[in-house]
Design a binder for this molecule. Sequence first.
Ligand SMILES: *Cc1c(COP(=O)(O)O)cnc(C)c1O
Length: 344
Amino acid sequence: MVDHAVAVSNATCALHIACLALDVGPGDVVWTSPVTFVASANCALYCNAAVDFVDIDPRTFNMSVELLKQKLKKAEAAGNLPSVVIPVHFGGQPCDMASIHALGQRYDFRIIEDASHAIGATYEESPIGRCEYSDIAVFSFHPVKIITTGEGGMTLTSDQMLAERMRRCRTHGFTHNREEMQPRPSDEIWNYQQISLGYNYRMTDIQAALGTSQLTRLDEFISRRNQIAQRYDDELQDLPVRVQQPFSKALSSYHLYPIRLNLGEIGKSQRQVYDAMRNAGILVNLHYIPVYLQPYYEALGFTRGYCPEAESYYREALTIPMYPAMTDDQQTLVIETLRKVLSN
Ligand SMILES: *Cc1c(COP(=O)(O)O)cnc(C)c1O
């Protein structure tokens, strides 16, 4: 169990208020993974902080702890350590949180887990969202995610002060807590005061009702997703592809099933494989273009080659269908089509 959960209108808002609660502002640097949805990085820019990226581990596709360590050493020498690091549990695969947390203690940064893909995943047998190794964790309930509220998100924390700050940011900077209010004459009967600048980031009751009902199906969704992943793991073994390697002691929620194509062996380009799959009616996808290669980030000064592992991942990756309602026959079709496309 975690003590506090703040429901909001989407995970982008959740990341924003998480940064605000941790006092991210001008002069701060926030580090995240380049292989993620843009919102993991944009949240720092909303707070007028700078963003930087730590390259991925080519096996787990998550932020590399080794490269994080090296980058921290350099940043310490240069005097520009991050104030917040945002590891992303890519595809639902938990990052090595204990190691990242230990680095946080050593280099004095706070941690926001972008767990948008990872509700239902576990790390060291405890559910992601428990914040044992982070200050705040963020879930997304967008329709494509593991469970949905139409649009929605949530921040979780075991720190009461952070929870109060996030609730204030969610609702216009209002407090109902007498101790936080400025003294006013007793004929001023308002039971709240605005004491900071907040937003309207609330989740509606209608969305929350949908979320509560979805939550009862979480275990069923996660176990079906793991079943599908297990079969992919087994049956793709003899194909020229590499699958995401789980961090030991973790259970993925398998929001996505990304594969890397051994292009040297295949004799087709990534684009040709993508097109061939799509033409055969299999809706493969690509998650994600490294965030800093987006034109907006290039305009901030990031250039090609900045995170070589993320870029080589991006040149080889495809995500193949993964959703709990997929039937065994549908999965057979995916596997057989992939086998055909990769063999001729
Ligand atoms: C979907 C997603 C978000 C944003 O979620 P929304 O609820 O759509 O705002 C943030 N980070 C990651 C990694 C995501 O996949």
